[in-house]
Design a protein around this ligand. Structure first.
Ligand code: FES
Length: 154
């Protein structure tokens, strides 16, 4: 068993709040990911069993959403939004600055920088990135410098 009893209970409770069991699948996978660190095949299967949907449906969902990870992730995963509004406000420069400022941490496997074509839904606060589960907005020069310093300390 991969998931803790606490997470299994939380997923069961979640299922009871939706009229259709399947609707609870995405939040259930998020809970499983938080519990297990990433969504291994076993964690996906367990979450699917608790929700009461086929394993294939859970796997399909886990592989579709970029915020769900089916492979282990480094301690700090930084995902930069690269959709048009963020691109126009400097997403590529943000990626470049993060990679330059965190070269050592990236080399040591502590930080990973990714771009995504998934809009984070806060285009008016571009450019932005997600660090783990935290959204960092308005990453101008000063804010990205602060973010790099924080990530370098972690
Ligand atoms: S385009 Fe980046 S948050 Fe929407």
């Amino acid at each position: 068993m991969t998931l803790t009893d606490q997470t299994r209970a939380a997923i069961q409770k979640l299922v009871s709040t939706y009229p259709e069991r399947r609707t609870a699948l995405l939040p259930a996978l998020k809970l499983a990911q938080t519990d297990a660190g990433y969504l291994s095949r076993e964690a996906i299967a367990e979450a699917a069993d608790v929700v009461g949907v086929p394993h294939s449906a859970a796997l399909e969902l886990a592989e579709f959403y970029t915020m769900l990870h089916t492979e282990p992730v480094p301690p700090a995963l930084v995902v930069v939004c690269a959709q048009l509004p963020c691109a126009l406000r400097g997403a590529e420069e943000l990626v470049r600055d993060l990679r330059a400022g965190l070269r050592e941490q990236i080399g040591n496997g502590l930080v990973e920088i990714e771009r995504t074509s998934e809009c984070f839904g806060a285009c008016h606060r571009a450019p932005m990135a997600r660090v783990g589960a935290t959204y960092c907005e308005n990453l101008d020069q000063e804010r990205r410098r602060t973010l790099i310093q924080e990530l370098a300390k972690a």
